[in-house]
Design a protein around this ligand. Structure first.
Ligand code: ADP
Ligand code: MG
Length: 277
């Protein structure tokens, strides 16, 4: 990995605005269990640097599990077991010699339900990740970082005059954009988003979609979505997950988004993307 600091040191004032570079993420032969229950079977997927990959498929087929495996959140469930490999620009994310915090720092996550720290100010929310990773920065570097992350999150214009107001006072859509800004502050190279818009109104959804397209220049995005129009609008490539009755989830088909929507190779993909499931 290039030795890019997560956050520029003091003195590197203008560096706060320049972004990190996106990384390629690759899953190889991922198999996952919760206890005796196998939920994924040999799932392989390359998520190219700087692209948006959408994971689609019915509920329960293992999309969230797959996403959590990518940044080692799967390990938090005591019964969870895992086979296969996850590579970030060719380096093993599960390498026992590497620190967990480094994997999580490089691979950020945004959840379905916006989860800002409600009592913390908007500014402190954006900076919260720096405390967790023990990064020190001067006041001016922090100010610059707060502004650049809120701009990238598509929220700056709405909150620039009330950065000290509590994050919990924002609307749902604004809270989700605050969570995106918070993820960006630690300069991840990949951003995982698990149904980031399914709790939001259509207007906020569209703002977040525009934000994602801008972001893909500096961070590789992997998004789980149930909204086929959204997958078609934002993603470069799609992976269709399916778990047939009583069997673990697999990827039935993946590839270029336009091709998958217009000329799906598998009849099950065609049924799913056209809402016949
Ligand atoms: P999706 O996101 O596609 O809806 P999930 O990854 O959430 O699917 O779930 C896949 C399967 O794994 C489901 O059968 C679900 O019940 C099971 N599962 C998910 N999380 C856990 C957990 N923490 N413990 C046990 N089983 C789980
Ligand atoms: Mg899910």
């Amino acid at each position: 990995l290039p030795a890019t600091p997560a956050v520029p040191g003091p003195g590197a004032t203008s560096a706060a605005a320049s972004g990190p570079t996106p990384a390629e993420l690759e899953a190889r032969g991922i198999t996952a269990w919760f206890g005796q229950h196998q939920v994924l079977d040999r799932v392989s997927l390359r998520m190219p640097a700087g692209q948006i990959t959408a994971l689609i498929g019915p509920s329960g087929c293992g999309k969230s599990t797959f996403l959590r495996i990518l940044n080692r959140m799967h390990e938090l469930v005591p019964s969870a077991r895992l086979g296969g490999e996850v590579l970030l620009d060719g380096e093993d994310v599960y390498d026992p010699d590497k620190r967990l915090i480094d994997a999580r720092r490089a691979i950020g996550m945004v959840f379905q339900k916006p989860n800002p720290f409600p009592a913390m100010s908007i500014r402190e929310n954006v900076l919260a990740g720096l405390k967790l990773t023990g990064t020190k920065a001067s006041r001016s570097v922090k100010d610059e970082l707060v502004e650049s992350c809120l701009r990238k999150g598509g929220l700056w214009a709405e909150v620039k005059d009330r950065l000290d107001a509590p994050g919990g006072g924002l609307s749902g859509g604004q809270q989700q954009r605050l969570c995106i800004a918070r993820s960006l502050a630690i300069k991840p190279r990949v951003l995982l988003m698990d149904e980031p818009c399914s709790a939001l109104d259509p207007t906020s959804t569209r703002v977040i979609e525009e934000t994602m397209k801008e972001l893909a220049r500096e961070v590789t995005i992997v998004i789980v979505t149930h909204n086929m129009q959204q997958a078609a609008r934002v993603s470069d490539q799609c992976a269709f997950f399916l778990a047939a009755q009583g069997t673990p989830g697999v990827i039935v088909e993946h590839g270029d988004t336009d091709a998958m929507f217009q000329r799906p190779r598998d009849p099950r993909t065609s049924d799913y993307v056209h809402g016949r499931f």
